[in-house]
Design a protein around this ligand. Structure first.
Ligand code: ATP
Length: 461
């Protein structure tokens, strides 16, 4: 499975479409279709359940995308949220310099421009690097390219004016830091505690050809955990372990995951690991989530720039301090791609190719598809409709009458539906239906009166 085949599968099956396609598209922006949004919402809910619902120490938040512009000055983004870029002088293709170096096992994540250019020049002299688009070796030096996307609010003029400038947030955690004080005053949590949120983030990414792996508008699922610095090591290990297990719980095989340890750390960080997944469509291990320590950098900076007191007082010891933070930060679109990539299976069944998405049932967009055996037999259609009406009150279901039963099964296999229910002529005699399971393709007869309990035990236990 390469990226092209993945993108075409996702488009054809109603998961993910290139945005604005009728106008020729917009680079690195994608829309989620019916099955895509259902899958993405299920992944988001699985994350939320694990990070908020099942915990007593994490609170939920949904902060605005626009924030006071000083937020991004305080966080250092306005000054330095850049990626190093190299341009091809011939075809103008833009490339990430750190990604070029990565190909030669040189870790340039967060490295200085001097370091990057020194390493690039060595490779240029050895004629080892060329443009990914046209193959030319006529490449520029690396220079920094800001990832921040500017807009303006309430301005009477069309152009961006400095007084009204606002940024589309490049990460969701900025809103968490700004609401730390309100959360403290409204929820009265004791340290350690976390604040989690899922929302859109925007980055003017340089390389724009990795499908939903790297987009300019994307969603993040982030949790910031506030603690006393003495608790950092223990809680960092705890969250690393919890996040790793979340992937396993939803069916990602351990051999497709690995930890990547950052050797060059942000100045405020003491530890930074990423969870990487081995994407078959990208033919390599790539980051899906970061688990990073951030010290007291964020709250100290926001306190300094806003003048607000962001200290915490320990009731027992009376110690007053700015809490330290560790974060878990995952991309929802990237993880949706990971689940499709992991689940996509081609099998041969009775001499024919079967494509099946072997998704964890909890994530499947459609849980049950209901079919009458034949569409021109009203008594079968009516019975199937009755079943569909009761099951869809509890789960996301689909009713399908078109084509042969075999074709209908295949269609549901391709979108990962775990169960198909068929109403046939025996149903009219004995009130039973055939239920077929996606992965084993095994079929069993179940009494209609027991269907809800059957699916409760299969889908909810
Ligand atoms: P990368 O090195 O891939 O650019 P990053 O280290 O800049 O990612 P973070 O800032 O740590 O990423 O963001 C946390 C998570 O958000 C990433 O692990 C990824 O899943 C997701 N993410 C970041 N940038 C993008 C993007 N442009 N498109 C889709 N998801 C993204």
């Amino acid at each position: 499975m390469n990226l092209e085949k993945m993108a075409s599968f996702c488009k054809k099956k109603g998961f993910i479409f290139p945005s604005s396609e009728i106008y020729g598209g917009l680079a690195a922006i994608y829309d989620y279709g019916h099955y895509g949004v259902l899958l993405k919402n299920n992944i988001r809910d699985a994350w939320w359940e694990h990070m908020v619902q099942l915990r007593d120490d994490v609170y939920g938040l949904d902060s605005a995308i626009f924030m006071h512009p000083t937020t991004w000055v305080a966080s250092g983004h306005v000054e330095g949220f850049d990626d190093p870029q190299v341009d091809c002088r011939d075809c103008k293709q833009r490339m990430r310099a750190d990604h070029i170096l990565e190909e030669f096992n040189i870790d340039a994540d967060k490295a200085s421009l001097d370091f990057i250019n020194k390493e690039l020049n060595k490779l240029k002299e050895e004629e080892k690097i060329k443009c990914i688009n046209c193959g030319s070796k006529n490449l520029t030096d690396a220079k920094q390219f800001s990832l921040m996307i500017k807009s303006n609010l309430g301005s009477p003029v069309d152009t961006l004016s400095e007084e009204n400038v606002v940024y589309l947030r490049p990460e969701t955690c900025g809103g968490i830091y700004l609401e730390y004080k309100n959360m403290l005053n409204s929820m009265h949590p004791k340290l350690p505690f976390g604040i989690a949120q899922v929302g859109k983030a925007f980055r003017n990414e340089i390389v724009a050809r990795q499908f939903v792996f790297r987009t300019r508008e994307f969603e993040q699922m982030e949790m910031q955990y506030f603690l006393h610095p003495d608790a950092m090591d223990e809680k960092y290990e705890m969250w690393k372990d919890l996040r790793w297990k979340w992937y396993l719980e939803y069916g990602i095989p351990e051999e497709k995951l690995r930890w990547y340890k950052h050797n060059v750390l942000a100045h405020y960080a003491s530890q930074a690991y990423d969870i990487e997944f081995n994407f078959s469509c990208l033919n390599s291990f790539k980051e899906v989530e970061g688990v990073h320590t951030r010290g007291d950098w964020d709250l100290s900076q926001h306190s300094k720039h806003s003048g607000a007191d962001l200290t915490y007082t320990d009731e027992k010891t009376e110690e007053k301090f700015i809490p330290h933070i560790m974060e878990t930060s995952a991309g929802l679109g990237r993880i949706t791609l990971m689940f499709i990539d992991n689940a996509y299976t081609e099998e041969e069944v009775e001499g024919e190719k079967r494509v099946v998405l072997k998704l964890d049932k909890r994530l499947s967009p459609i849980k049950i598809a209901v079919f009458p055996l034949l569409k021109n037999k009203p008594e079968l259609v009516e019975k199937a409709q009755e079943i569909y009406k009761t099951t869809k009150e509890k789960w996301m279901c689909e009713f399908d009458v078109s084509g042969s039963i075999g074709k209908r099964y295949r269609r549901q296999d391709e979108i990962g539906t775990p169960y198909c229910v068929t109403v046939d002529f025996d149903t009219l005699k004995d009130n039973t239906v055939t239920i077929r399971e996606r992965d084993s393709m095994k079929q069993e007869r179940v009494d209609i009166s027991k269907i809800i309990d059957y699916f409760k035990s299969k889908l909810e236990d």
